[in-house]
Write a protein that binds this ligand. Structure first.
Ligand code: NAD
Length: 274
């Protein structure tokens, strides 16, 4: 894909990886529709892009954890820039821990934002994309979607779902012109990886982000965005800015019991015996 003069939509664009992706696509000549529910930083990043190239970026305050929010975002983007060449479903949340302490609302929010948002967006985009015989859907899942997320069941489950959905889209519509990519990073230096380390009572508690930081190198969002940009230019499906994730996935497939034992060992080292 060539970004020059194209229209891209990025969700979760106010912060972290989404802000970096928006800047990268814009630097390559694309118009960018930036969507987020966090209005102040969203408008700051959008202003920054419009200062570089007037009228090239649009901020849309949206809750993409609802079907209506995705539809409104896509309709607004089309009304402003016309055909959407690339829709990038990046917004995501962490949080939630295990089966006992995680309430229904957290599971529901995580499913809606990390997974359902992708299918709601795709559903509203596919008609036009299939009619044109072209379109690009990219999502940010996680290495947790290929492996697992120690410390968060909702995150593990929904990120696996996001990878599966992206694969399904590619299989189903790849021969009709749809391109699909899926980003599966380990640690990236963002708010999501660095939540407050104390709970309501002031107790310092290890969290899922601590495991990710312990497990490997933490990349900067701008470096991840460069890597994603190149993968999309080359139209590669799986985007692994941490290449070791491919090796971990091979080990998991080769001997599942051994891989599970290794994950338990890692968990015990970071969390202590649960
Ligand atoms: N940081 C990491 O280590 C890491 C690793 C693997 C995958 N990811 C994934 O990368 C993606 C981006 O996360 P990040 O690390 O940049 O974190 P981040 O918290 O900096 O950015 C996430 C953005 O999504 C937005 N968002 C969340 N829910 C939303 C909603 N309902 N509607 C609209 N916007 C919403 C937030 O406001 C925020 O701006 C997520 O999908 C995350 O799961 C992150």
């Amino acid at each position: 894909m060539d970004f020059q003069g194209r229209t891209t939509v990025v969700t979760g664009a106010a912060n972290g990886i989404g802000a970096a992706l928006s800047r990268r696509f814009h630097a390559a000549g694309a118009n960018v529709v930036l969507a987020d529910r966090d209005q102040a930083p969203l408008e700051r990043v959008t202003q920054e892009l419009n200062d570089i190239r007037p009228q090239s970026a649009l901020a849309v305050v949206a809750d993409i954890g609802t079907q209506a929010g995705n539809i409104a975002l896509i309709d607004t983007a089309r009304a402003r820039f016309g055909f959407i060449d690339l829709f990038y479903a990046n917004a995501g949340i962490g949080g939630g821990t295990d089966l006992e302490s995680t309430d229904e609302a957290m599971w529901e929010a995580t499913f809606n934002i990390n997974l359902n948002a992708h299918r709601w967006a795709a559903k509203h985009l596919l008609g036009e994309w299939l009619a044109e015989g072209r379109g690009y859907f990219c999502s940010t899942a996680s290495a947790a979607g290929l492996l697992s997320q120690i410390g968060s069941a909702p995150y593990s489950v929904t990120k696996h779902g996001a990878v599966a959905f992206a694969e399904w889209l590619s299989i189903t519509y790849g021969d009709r012109g749809l391109r699909v990519s899926c980003l599966c990073p380990q640690g990236v230096n963002t708010n999501l990886l660095n939540p407050p380390t104390t709970d309501a009572g002031g107790t310092i508690a290890p969290n899922a982000g601590d495991v990710v930081k312990f497990a490997g190198v933490v990349l900067e969002p701008a470096d991840v965005a460069d890597f994603v940009y190149q993968a999309i230019v080359e139209e590669r499906f799986l985007i692994l800015p941490h290449p070791e994730v491919a090796i971990y996935e091979q080990r998991k497939a080769a001997d599942r019991d051994r891989w599970l034992a290794g994950m338990r060992k890692l968990q015990a080292r970071v969390f202590g015996s649960l």
